[in-house]
Design a protein around this ligand. Structure first.
Ligand SMILES: *Cc1c(COP(=O)(O)O)cnc(C)c1O
Length: 402
């Protein structure tokens, strides 16, 4: 019985869309990993050193996360079975929320199934009709979607240009003002000036929301940057340095309680598997403890080595974080770079628009605590060989400093 025929043409526009992506060198296709995530992986069947993951502390395959998740799964099974508000709320979810609130020294935290769900659910709760949201131009897609879903008016300020923001805040007559920024920008590796943002938000009576997705685990004993800077609301993810999956919003108790009632991505979605929450608890314990300190020390040593290495081949990189972008500009050229490095055993994913602004395609090097000195030295050598072979990189003394 034929239920569907390729002759049906109402979806032909999809083939056209793919052809257009191919022509623009923008078609994205994932590679396939065998085995565990980490600094050394098997990608499309080949062992490579990966400089592409957000697993900055090398926890994704850590024995204590494996053990926490598998023993919880053995005990409570897999699926949450319902949204947490119905009957999907386990003790493990509650304990993880407690641990996350404590991590940030805030009264409460609310788990979401992902950082994407957290931001897209949070912003509409904070900003309704008549309110105004002030958002950094390089904020993550999930913040942008949260802004779009809110009924508020959205003002996008130039990346890191707080004079621009100040002017917007001063002109605003809104009842409620929300300033939202990433703390460590995911594709540029630079840091927001949170103390300046805190002062501006306070002066103008605005709420400061800090998305700590990439900073969690790396700063202030694992807490990230938002809590120490006095953010009113902090968003974090378990999917990056914490080596797991899921995300949270931390802040006042009333916020956590309103989220139960108004955040659509929370209310209308199945809770994360309790065993995943157990892995989250193990991740939080690790980053707060001695193992976290040691992993951070290894990570920052490798970041410093990468900076020195890039400088030694004439690339002036300011490395404020494990995220080190090398701007290429052209979409096709950046994918040539990725292939070139892959042939030499290094995986650095090329990042193209719309993830980054038009004309700023880049190699996004992500250093991990799992790398050793030889990994970093090898990548620097391969980049130097690429330059010698005629592959082009933009000379940007402005990396991380825009
Ligand atoms: C990765 C990321 C998210 C999304 O988090 P997930 O848990 O992966 O959905 C949100 N915000 C920022 C800034 C991110 O980099």
């Amino acid at each position: 019985m034929v239920l569907w025929s390729a002759a049906v043409s109402v979806l032909d526009f999809l083939d056209e869309e793919l052809a257009a992506l191919d022509r623009a060198h923008r078609r994205r296709i994932p590679r396939v990993l065998s085995g565990a995530q980490g600094a050394r992986i098997v990608l499309d069947g080949r062992p490579v050193v990966s400089f592409s993951s957000n697993d900055y502390l090398g926890l994704a395959a850590h024995p204590s996360l494996r053990e926490a998740m598998s023993s919880a799964a053995a005990e409570v099974g897999v699926g949450a079975g319902a949204s947490r508000l119905i009957v999907g709320n386990s003790e493990l979810h509650e304990r993880l929320e407690g641990a996350l609130a404590e991590l940030h020294q805030r009264p409460a935290a609310r788990l979401f199934s992902s950082g994407f769900a957290a931001n897209s659910g949070l912003v509409p709760v904070l900003a309704g009709a008549g309110d105004e949201v002030f958002s950094d131009a390089l904020n993550h897609a999930s913040i942008i979607d949260g802004c779009r879903l809110s009924r508020g008016t959205v003002h996008v300020f130039e990346h890191g240009n707080y004079k621009d923001l100040e002017g917007m805040l001063a002109r605003s007559r809104a009842r409620r003002k929300i300033v939202v920024t990433e703390s460590l920008f995911s594709m540029d590796g630079d840091l927001a000036n949170l103390s300046e943002l805190r002062a501006l938000a306070t002066e103008h009576g605005a709420v400061l929301v800090v998305d700590d997705a990439h900073a969690t685990g790396l700063f202030h004993g694992g807490a990230g940057l938002g809590s120490a800077a006095g953010a009113d609301v902090i968003v974090g993810t378990l999917g990056k340095s914490l080596g797991g999956f899921g995300a949270w919003v931390a802040g006042p108790r009333a916020l956590a309680d309103v989220l139960w009632n108004r955040a659509r991505s929370l209310v209308f979605s199945t809770g994360i598997p309790p065993a995943v929450a157990a892995a989250g608890l193990a991740g939080v314990a690790l980053v707060r403890g001695e193992a976290g300190e040691q992993a951070r020390a290894r990570l920052w040593a490798r970041v410093a080595q990468m900076k020195a290495g890039l400088e030694s081949i004439g690339l002036a990189a300011t490395c404020a974080s494990p995220i080190i972008p090398l701007e290429v500009g052209d979409d096709r050229e950046v994918m040539r770079w990725t292939s070139w490095l892959l042939e030499r055993g290094f995986y650095v994913q090329g990042i193209r628009p719309p993830t980054v602004p038009e004309g700023t395609a880049r190699l996004r090097i992500a250093v991990s605590a799992g790398h050793d000195e030889a990994d970093v030295a090898g990548l620097v050598e391969a980049i130097a060989a690429g330059i010698a072979a005629g592959l082009s990189l933009r000379d940007r003394s402005t990396w991380n400093a825009r």
